[in-house]
Design a protein around this ligand. Structure first.
Ligand SMILES: [Zn+2]
Length: 472
């Protein structure tokens, strides 16, 4: 069931309707190039056949391969051994006779989504301290598997977790990779590296770094343990020698550094030391980015990535003031024991009274300006949602950020690529994920309707494959 017209509760934001714009980009990758002049395909088999086969053929839908070129109408996508073996027009693509044929008529077939900023240790609860008291020692057996299942069932086949106890998040990644529990492919940072934890209970996932030696040893240790990225926050409050040691050591180990970009000085320090990817736009009180920051972003735009996470503030406000009924929608309870879901529901019942809620009026009006400024600099923007923070339920986060970007004026094809191709490249995983092309993992979703006309169709994904395995 679709909710309200103003689904994102965008109040006071410039609303630009670009929903009918078809992509004009010519950046189609070679592998999946499509000849549009192909003859009309014979009507594909409407019913699903061949169950139990090792080969799967998705037959008949529109395919958006993720390279940004024109959609492929009446496409066929073949999956074998967990990977895609062919993508092409139905008229020109041989379907092996023993393939299981699945009709995607009326659907858009596209790469699985990649959410670049999630928190698997959180499930939307309104009070971090109470959450830690109740569930802080239930991460691997209760909390994280729920988060993983919810993300995957919303079409997120890969996700980057940016802040967790490394023991717990690495164990979750192992469980998912071993097929013990369903979940997205995970890319993880482990702990936040910062000056000191804000609260004592946060020490397992917020690590204070006080010296250059400690910085080097910590980053090397995390790299040895298989962490994918380093997460740095409050770097403007850190000794700059320590910041430099963190970034240098990470880069020497082949790890990118992701840093908070809430405050202007935080961004300046990060830029000075070569941070690869900044997160957020919303929390600083500045009305916009100052010219010296924008100038540096323009200079570095070919190598710099930004995950603006614009939707959380608006989703919280939407839930608090515009459509509180959202909290009684049973869908966000997916996979949760009843007592846990009730606890989360209770924590959000007075959402407008939560301490951070009072900050919204001063921050929300600046989001659109800052988002537009970032886009203008040419940095590569990626979809990330802070999924798991209050009201950001894992099965209801990613599509909201994507729909909001369309409202903020980003052409829909670019929004899709910000949730597929660009994250895959940043993660250096683009040989395996991010596009639909022969040789890539079969991380594929199919959704009824056309996300290029209405991104909200992604609220309910009809088919999900991860590594060729059908999840839905
Ligand atoms: Zn976060």
């Amino acid at each position: 069931m679709r909710i309200g017209r103003n689904t994102l509760g965008v109040v006071g934001l410039a609303f630009t309707l670009t929903s009918c714009a078809l992509p004009t980009s010519s950046s189609t990758g070679g592998e999946a190039a499509v000849d549009e002049s192909s003859v009309v395909a014979p009507a594909p088999e409407p019913t699903d056949t061949g169950e139990g086969s090792d080969i799967t053929a998705l037959v008949g839908g529109r395919i958006l391969d993720g390279f940004g070129g024109p959609p492929l109408e009446q496409g066929v996508l073949i999956i074998e051994g967990g990977r895609i073996t062919a993508v092409g027009p139905a008229a020109e693509t041989d379907i092996p006779p023993d393939a299981a044929r699945i009709s995607t008529e009326g659907m858009t077939v596209m790469p699985g989504l990649i959410d670049m900023h999630v928190h698997m240790m959180l499930l939307g609860h309104g009070d971090y301290r109470r959450w830690d008291e109740l569930y802080g020692d239930r991460m691997n057996d209760v909390v994280m598997p729920i988060a993983a299942g919810q993300l995957l069932s919303s079409g997120v086949t890969s996700a980057r977790d940016l802040g967790a106890n490394p023991d717990e998040i690495l164990e979750l990644r192992r469980q998912i990779d071993a097929g013990e529990i369903p979940g997205p492919r995970l890319f993880v940072s482990g702990p936040f590296l910062q000056v000191a934890p804000y609260e004592e209970y946060e020490a397992p996932f917020r690590w204070g770094i006080g010296s250059e030696l400690q910085a080097r040893q910590t980053v090397q240790d995390l790299a040895r343990r298989g962490i994918d990225t380093i997460k740095l926050i409050d770097q403007d409050q850190m000794d700059e020698g320590v910041v430099a040691a963190i970034v240098e050591t990470a880069h020497a180990a082949g790890l990118p550094v992701v840093a908070h970009g809430h405050r202007m000085e935080e961004i300046r320090v990060g830029l000075r030391h070569g941070v690869d990817n900044f997160e957020h736009t919303g929390l600083g009180t500045a009305p916009g980015y100052p010219e010296d920051v924008l100038e540096q972003l323009r200079e570095r735009n070919s190598s710099l990535y930004w995950t603006p996470t614009v939707s959380p503030l608006l989703t919280m406000q939407y839930t608090g003031e515009i459509f509180p009924e959202r909290l009684d929608d049973p869908r966000w309870r997916q996979g949760m024991p009843e007592a846990l879901a009730d606890e989360i529901r209770g924590s959000l019942s007075q959402i407008t009274h939560l301490p951070y809620y009072a900050l919204f009026p001063s921050r929300i009006p600046k989001l659109a300006t800052k988002f537009a400024q970032l886009r203008e600099t040419g940095v590569t923007m990626m979809i990330g949602t802070d999924s798991g923070i209050p009201t950001m339920f894992h099965n209801d986060s990613t599509w909201r950020e994507m729909a909001l970007w369309v409202q903020l004026g980003v052409p829909p094809m670019q929004v899709l690529q910000a949730a597929t191709l660009w994250p895959a490249r940043f993660l250096r995983a683009d040989a395996d994920i991010g596009v639909l092309a022969a040789g890539r993992y079969a991380d594929v979703i199919a959704v009824r309707g056309d996300p290029l006309s209405d991104m909200r169709v992604l609220e309910s994904v009809d088919m999900i494959f991860k590594g060729g395995e059908r999840i839905r």
